[in-house]
Design a protein around this ligand. Structure first.
Ligand code: BDP
Length: 707
């Protein structure tokens, strides 16, 4: 064959190969991809309206934060519009009224020389405005909708990293910790900057670098230098650093014989330690503390209470403006009471006893990040204490980095729950943003799902949870649908043929995982240790409240935990309006039924079908839903870049197998009690109960128990 015809044959292949290479997507860019605006008309309209971009601040001068905003704009607009747009800094004419430190307002001046102005009261507001503008353009909003304004409802919006100094991430399924403690402070991985950019782009302004199961070493001088190096990278992006404080640090690294919070030497040690930290990190945010919980040291070791411990640390931080975030995730295996009740029992009596710079951090539900929990009864039970919700982005009980579970609907369910603590409409969201009890400061945290996997979160679709957490922390009134759509458009495409089906999958996914793992209020029936698969048979785990049988209480009569007055009466910890609903099996939403009630297998539910059939059909529905996603995803072949498409397709295949495993293990086990046949439409299990029970999943990432 002559050269020319050969080339002619190969050319289309080469072009196709280059196009594929050009489109290769490894997920590193997250939702900050700045791909060219596909619609040429819209692109031209943006170009014209923008003319130049003005960053307007009270000082009107360049700062590291303004430089970061400028760099983001230049890169973003170059990508989106394919051209350079001038970005200038000016002094603003008037402050944005009543909007607070982080607010921004974008204005379009459409004169002879059009310009777009991003105004803010502080430089970081300009940065938030910058990301808002880029978001509007990335999601192809019409030109008029570039003029948006915003202000967060919650002041401290943070990630909590359960990252150890060894880089092992507790419950983390996306590789090792982002923080390379060994090479810090000298080596500054460019990824640290990209992390801060991603956080700032969704309005996050704080990060707890270390695991709640804390290591005192991070408070020693060499490590504080490393912490300072990270803080320096994050500062221009408005992200403040916090650390976990191990309560026994005065003994472990301070050489004191005690860590008793009323001991003057201990108090002096923490004051000196706080001074030292602030010398390294002048804008240090404060301490997050897990004390007297799951074996961690705390004030109760010395006969003191949580307020004594928290206040001692708060006094050390107060002169520097730092805060203490004290966790209410406590339960004692010595307490004979229902684990769901123990946080209220210990913390509610301490309301009003904490210093002003203390938050009490409360998980969304009273047990522990289950796939679904009714809202934690502490919300609304401590009016004098600012409560900071702790949500978990990391999907510990929802398939980690392997299964698709978009969590915004779950978080919204909690945030929108009405506590009735100050009359109807006292939602969890309004309790935590401070509006119900007029608290000046407010805080929300998400346990991070990041790791050093190239795409940050392991599952390519799990970055949606990082994104959703930030967006809800900024504005809890946003809908899950709006957030899912934004993320999908930015991460994949504005093409409705792509954006719609992916958004729909995301929105359905939390319910799907609940259906195939712990439907109708079942909870804590996962395998021991790794928390990834089913383990309803777990009956021995070192302590009763770590077993599954403690929670499901299945017997010949029925299944579920009686938390009404005839049982543990946990339902009595809510306000009467809530107790009335949750406490009555006829009024209780079916999604929480077995959380609060022990229900006979043959009791008809709303569908008219008996409980047993409903349980079985929920498990089957979960499996069926995953199968429909596999089809949806297959239809996206060629519409989504090959790299991410292949990865997600493989993970969905795995999720379908995992869903069947859950369904079959759980139904075979519960059938030994119900003694009823599977209803029509439920597929029989592949193996016997022994197979599922004896199956050992080894070395699940992020499992701290397995060595
Ligand atoms: C549980 C986790 C455990 C955490 C604990 C906590 O299994 O690894 O240390 O919560 O939040 O969900 O302290």
């Amino acid at each position: 064959m002559k050269l020319r015809p050969l080339l002619r044959c190969l050319l289309p292949l080469l072009v196709a190969a280059c196009a594929t290479l050009g489109r290769a997507e490894d997920g590193y860019r997250l939702w900050l991809r700045y791909e060219p605006v596909a619609d040429a008309q819209l692109r031209a309209a943006y170009s014209q309206a923008l003319g130049k971009v003005v960053l307007a601040t009270p000082a009107g001068t360049e700062s590291p934060t303004i430089a970061a905003a400028r760099a983001e704009l230049v890169a973003g607009l170059r990508g989106l519009l394919g051209r350079e747009i001038a970005v200038v800094v000016e002094k603003s004419l008037a402050p944005l009224a009543d909007k607070g430190d982080d607010a921004y307002a974008i204005r379009l001046d459409r004169g002879a020389t059009p310009r777009l102005v991003i105004a803010a009261n502080r430089d970081v507001g300009v940065l938030y405005g910058t990301f808002a503008l880029l978001r509007q353009m990335q999601t192809s909003r019409p030109v008029d909708q570039l003029a948006v304004s915003g202000a967060p409802r919650i002041k401290r919006r943070m990630l909590n990293h359960w990252d150890n100094l060894t880089r092992f991430v507790e419950r983390g399924a996306a590789g090792f910790s982002l923080w390379n403690w060994f090479t810090l402070p000298e080596v500054i991985d460019p990824r640290y900057t990209d992390y801060a950019r991603a956080c700032a782009s969704i309005g996050l302004n704080g990060t707890v670098l270390t695991n709640v199961n804390a290591n005192a070493t991070v408070l020693t001088e060499p490590y504080l230098q490393k912490v300072a190096a990270l803080a320096n990278v994050f500062r221009p992006y408005g992200v403040r650093v916090y650390l976990t404080a191990r309560f026994s640090s005065p003994k472990e690294i301070g050489g004191l014989p005690t860590a008793d919070p009323v001991d003057p030497a201990v108090q002096a040690w923490w004051k000196a330690k706080a001074d030292e930290i602030y010398r390294h990190v002048p804008d240090f945010g404060g301490f997050l503390v897990k004390a007297n919980s799951e074996g961690q040291p705390g004030p109760q070791d010395y006969g003191r209470n949580h307020a004594d411990g928290a206040n001692m640390l708060a006094d050390a931080l107060a002169p520097h403006g730092g805060v203490v975030i004290w966790r209410a995730f406590v339960y004692s295996h010595e307490a004979p009471d229902d684990r769901a009740k123990q946080a209220v029992t210990e913390f509610a009596p301490l309301d009003g006893k904490f210093r002003e710079n203390v938050f009490v951090q409360v998980k969304n539900g009273a047990i522990d990040f289950m796939p679904r929990e009714p809202f934690h009864p502490l919300f609304g039970a401590m009016p004098h204490t600012p409560l900071a919700p702790e949500l978990q982005i990391a999907q510990e009980y929802l398939g980690g980095g392997t299964q698709l579970a978009f969590l915004a609907p779950m978080w919204k369910e909690t945030l929108d729950s009405d506590t009735f603590c100050a009359g109807a409409g006292s939602t969890v969201a309004r309790v935590i943003d401070g509006s119900v009890d007029a608290h000046g400061d407010s805080c929300i945290a998400g346990v991070a799902n990041t790791g050093n996997d190239r795409n940050w979160t392991g599952h390519p679709l799990a970055a949606a949870n990082w994104y959703a957490f930030g967006r809800l922390a900024w504005d809890h009134s946003l809908s899950s649908a709006a957030i899912a759509e934004e993320w999908t458009r930015m991460t994949f495409s504005n093409d409705p043929a792509v954006a719609r089906p992916i958004t729909a999958m995301l929105l359905a996914s939390h319910e799907t995982v609940v259906n195939y793992s712990m439907p109708l209020g079942l909870h804590h029936i996962m395998a021991e240790g790794h928390h990834y698969g089913p383990g309803p048979w777990v009956a021995e785990a070192g302590r009763a409240d770590w077993t599954s049988v403690y929670y499901h209480r299945a017997d010949e009569k029925g299944v579920g935990f009686d938390r009404t007055a005839t049982g543990s009466n946990a339902v009595g910890q809510y306000r009467p309006e809530v107790t009335k609903v949750f406490g009555d099996p006829k009024l209780c939403p079916e999604k929480y039924l077995l959380w609060f009630h022990h229900v006979p297998w043959d009791r008809p539910l709303a569908s008219g079908r008996p409980l047993w059939d409903e349980i079985a059909l929920h498990y089957q529905a979960g499996v069926g839903e995953v199968r429909t996603w596999e089809k949806t995803w297959a239809n996206l072949t060629g519409k989504v870049d090959a790299e991410r498409h292949t990865h997600v397709a493989a993970l969905l295949k795995r999720q379908e197998a995992d869903a069947r495993f859950w369904r079959d293990g759980c139904l075979l086990y519960f059938q030994t009690f119900s003694k009823r046949p599977l209803p029509a439409g439920v597929e029989p299990a592949e193996y016997t109960l022994e197979y599922y029970r004896d199956f050992r999943l080894r070395y699940y990432p992020g499992n701290p128990g397995e060595k």
